[in-house]
Ligand binder design. Structure first.
Ligand code: GLN
Length: 200
């Protein structure tokens, strides 16, 4: 069975490991180079993107992860992980860095203070007809995408507009929300299928 790593420098690692095991992957934590080398796919969890960016530097993991992504390793980022996959990040710290794996501009903490956290039921065609319960925690939204990016889902925010919250470009998947904190494992199953397709 495919071995999928969860970047374990910071953030909600255990929840992702549990969902990945539930859908049938071998789930392992990744903190160092040798662990990264052993996985077929990688999850960048939710947490705090600027802290994760700093720790990637401290652990000398920025370049190795970047290289694996460029070589086609499937990668899935949720919330802070989505921010790390963007090609441009708005409202972040000047010293933060990211992977530019998906041609998109992402705005950090975009949903504003009153609605720092909220939930919504979203129909996401890629996951089938049943709505997915989505949990947003100080979440980013996707402000714009390039031509090669598939938009998988949007949500209406308190500004009355619909904002993109799930995207895929090639082997990179990103969601503003946290599927790992609900019992619905369809996003992790979808990612496992991406990993299987890439390794077969
Ligand atoms: N606001 C966080 C950040 O900017 C993301 C929040 C989360 O991952 N739940 O990194």
């Amino acid at each position: 069975r495919p071995r999928i790593g969860v970047l374990a420098l910071q953030g909600d690692v255990a929840e992702h490991l549990r969902h990945l095991e539930t859908v049938g992957a071998e789930a392992v934590t990744v903190r160092r180079r040798s662990e990264l080398d052993s996985v077929d796919g990688l999850v960048l969890p939710g947490g705090e993107s600027t802290a994760m960016s700093r720790l990637l530097d401290v652990y000398d993991m920025y370049a190795p992860v970047s290289t694996r992504i460029a070589d086609g390793m499937p990668v899935y980022g949720s919330c802070a992980g989505m921010i790390l996959l963007a090609s441009l990040v708005l409202d972040t710290r000047p010293d933060a860095t990211w992977f530019s794996a998906i041609d998109m501009t992402v705005r950090r903490n975009a949903f504003g203070r009153q609605v720092d956290s909220f939930e919504a039921d979203l129909v996401i065609d890629a996951l089938g007809p049943d709505p997915l319960r989505t949990v947003f925690i100080r979440a980013p939204w996707v402000e714009s995408v390039g031509p090669d990016v598939d938009v998988l889902a949007g949500v209406r925010a308190s500004d009355g507009r619909e904002h993109v919250v799930a995207v895929r470009q090639g082997n990179a998947l990103a969601t503003s929300f946290h599927p790992e904190v609900t019992d619905d494992v369809r996003v992790h199953r979808y990612f496992l299928d991406m990993v299987r397709a890439a390794t077969s």
